[in-house]
Design a protein around this ligand. Structure first.
Ligand code: GDP
Ligand code: GDP
Length: 455
């Protein structure tokens, strides 16, 4: 009944078949200009996305799906963030800290031609404190005669430095062999939440949608005494609040209050923060400014929550600003941009006037109920049997894959494994997902379906 079983069970699992929320996470950290982005490109085996040849281009993608030696994993990339020259060491450290928190293992990249700097030393301290496995990468070792530079990095006390040239690919294969050997089969971060205690909520969304206003609306009136919930372990950056008569933990509220998004390179940094908050929560409230058009960035935050396998509530704020015309266009935008998440509960509210803020609790409850739903195997298989009889998989190349058996291997989010006689097309899987939702609800929750082919 565990994630590990899903991967270890006999029968090939295609790498692209493993849900992203289960993949182990490798973070790449280091000072600016040591070659992190170049290395990420090397790892991804393509020159997509990450290349920063155009100065001033901001980037807000954080996670990339990667594969080495047949093993899929996720790379968390911290390159490409622009820094203010002032306070740079603190920024580097803060950014690295978040990335480390999100990782199962860390590639710590140092520029061998420069050697270890103060900023590097600060990151070393963070790495030690985290206890996560670390591989020390000595980059810009473009030729054998540069290897002596790499050797000096033993002094960082992180073990053997791996000399590589991210630019030319030199040594990166051996380094990646070593790096992937540090990764667990299934990610241990953002994994199962502590059971019992108040549910954990992340308030996320792009800048200026009203996250801090919502936080204030919620904490301002209904602050609860922490001692009421003794035994609840929480970070100092989390806040305990009461909503709808229940206690909730709002995670990473310091991140919201700190208004980090006003700094340079903000989008990317905010995205990293968002990721960290989502990982710590069971349910994400994605706040959207309903008074202005839905943006790509809004959709990206929603996608982050889904990819992380968290329950989702979409909260449309600033309702006090909406006239009839805007309401009309908003509904069209939702139909157009958010059709894939019609399953997510929605709340229309105004943080400013506090209108409907109290409705949030009910939707959070609904999402968590959907997220934790478990379908008994017997029930699931009679459902699958009826579905396949009424709508069999289309014939492909003279063959017709048949579903033999299905089981829900996990909740939070619900994960299903279907055993079948052949590959099930994406369209058919989506159809199964739709029918599962119609039958069993799963309100507010992503669903993951993987297929195992049995001859
Ligand atoms: P980041 O800020 O850590 O992401 O660093 P980048 O990947 O943007 O690289 C910074 C600069 O170092 C760029 O000009 C790269 O071309 C260069 N660079 C990266 N890796 C290597 C390498 O292995 N050898 C050499 N000589 N230059 C490199
Ligand atoms: P954050 O960046 O997501 O934390 O957004 P803030 O909470 O700082 O809000 C951004 C701006 O929107 C501020 O000027 C708020 O006063 C305003 N705002 C937030 N909620 C509402 C609302 O419900 N109605 C209106 N009219 N303005 C709001």
């Amino acid at each position: 009944d565990t994630d590990a079983e899903l991967i270890d069970a006999d029968g090939p699992v295609l790498p692209e078949d493993v849900p992203e929320s289960m993949l182990p996470v490798l973070a790449i950290v280091g000072r600016p200009n040591v070659g992190k982005s170049t290395l990420v490109n090397r790892v991804l085996g393509r020159r997509e996305a990450v290349v920063q040849d155009v100065p001033g281009v901001t980037r807000d993608r954080v996670r990339y799906r990667a594969e080495w030696g047949g093993r899929p994993f996720v790379v968390v990339d911290t390159g490409g963030w622009e820094y203010d020259a002032k306070g740079i060491n603190a920024r580097v450290a803060e950014q690295a800290e978040i990335a480390i928190e999100l990782a199962d293992a860390v590639l710590f990249v140092v520029d061998a031609t420069v050697g270890a700097t103060d900023a590097d030393e600060r990151i070393v301290t963070l790495l030690r404190r985290s206890g996560k496995p670390v591989l020390l990468v000595a980059n810009k070792v473009d030729s054998p005669r540069d290897e002596a530079d790499a050797a000096t990095l033993w002094s960082l006390g992180l073990g053997e430095p791996y000399p590589v040239s991210a630019l030319h690919g030199r040594g990166t294969g051996d380094m990646l062999d070593a790096a992937t050997s540090l990764l667990p089969e299934v990610t241990a971060v953002g994994g199962p939440m502590p059971v019992g205690g108040p549910h954990r909520v992340a308030i996320v969304g792009r800048p200026n949608v009203g996250k801090s206003s919502l936080l204030n609306a919620v904490t301002g009136t209904q602050r609860v005494v922490v001692d009421d919930f003794e035994g609840t372990t929480r970070d100092p950056v989390d806040e305990l609040v009461e909503l709808g008569g229940e206690p909730w933990v709002l995670v990473d509220t310091a991140g919201i209050r700190r208004r980090v998004h006003q700094t340079q390179g903000a989008d990317f940094y905010a995205s990293l923060r968002t990721q960290a908050a989502i990982e710590k929560a069971e349910v994400a409230v994605v706040v959207i400014d309903a008074s202005s058009p839905i943006t790509e960035q809004d959709i990206r935050v929603i996608q982050q929550a889904i990819d992380a396998g968290r329950a989702l509530v979409v909260a449309y704020n600033k309702w006090d600003l909406l006239d009839e015309e805007r309401r009309f266009y908003l509904e069209r935008e939702i139909e157009r941009e958010l059709v894939q998440i019609t399953w997510a509960p929605r709340v229309n509210f105004s943080a400013r006037t506090r209108w409907h803020v109290d409705r949030l609790a009910r939707q959070l409850d609904a999402a968590i109920a959907g997220w934790t739903t478990r379908i008994p195997t017997g029930r699931l298989n009679s459902f699958l049997g009826e579905l396949a009889a009424a709508h069999p998989h289309p014939v492909r190349g003279g063959k017709q894959p048949r579903i033999l058996f299905g089981t829900q291997v996990d909740t939070s989010p619900p994960r299903f494994v279907l055993f079948s006689t052949g590959f099930l097309e994406a369209g058919y899987r989506r159809f199964i997902e739709r029918r599962l939702r119609e039958e069993f609800g799963f309100v507010g929750s992503p669903i993951e379906i993987s297929v195992r082919v049995r001859e």
